[in-house]
Write a protein that binds this ligand. Structure first.
Ligand code: FES
Length: 156
């Protein structure tokens, strides 16, 4: 028997994950149009949706084909199909933020953190914080007057 590598899932963690996903799916299976709520619930609870194991479990509970579940999972970009990085920066690319350097900040942040396994840079469009642009979410918390230096300090 081959030993599991550090950080890699084991059969036991896969089994626990599958049971968690099954519990979520069973809990929502009787709802109208349950697939999307189940996918959201799995992502909320586990951080991402495994396109292999989670899809199999959900398809089984809902009596759907893997292709049906996979099709919905891949159609919506909000569903994560890989584990999330440690940090997530979402830079506002709305008009007001663009007028104060949001576009340049977004491009600089993408350059700075490209290839980093710990940081994901994404975009959002207007967070209602226009007067304090460039704005963004850093791990889900709203920040204003963002600069690349502030991002680097916060994310390092
Ligand atoms: S345009 Fe960026 S917060 Fe409104």
């Amino acid at each position: 028997m081959q030993a599991a590598q550090a950080g890699s899932p084991t059969a036991a963690t896969d089994g626990r994950r599958a049971e968690t996903v099954r519990g979520i799916a069973l809990g929502l299976a009787s709802a109208r149009g349950p697939l999307i709520p189940i996918l959201h619930a799995v992502q909320d609870q586990l951080g991402w949706i495994d396109p292999e194991t989670d899809v199999d479990v959900i398809a089984d509970v809902l009596n759907l084909s893997r292709a049906d579940v996979h099709g919905v999972l891949t159609f919506y970009h909000d569903f994560r199909r890989t584990p999330p990085p440690r940090h997530r920066a979402q830079i506002c690319r709305g008009e007001a933020c663009q007028a104060v350097g949001g576009q340049e900040l977004y491009a600089a942040a993408q350059d700075r953190f490209s290839g980093s396994p710990d940081v994901e840079v994404g975009e959002v469009f207007c967070l209602g914080n226009c007067a304090l642009g460039p704005s963004g979410f850093l791990d889900g918390k709203l920040h204003g007057r963002l600069t690349l230096e502030r991002l680097e300090g916060w994310l390092s």
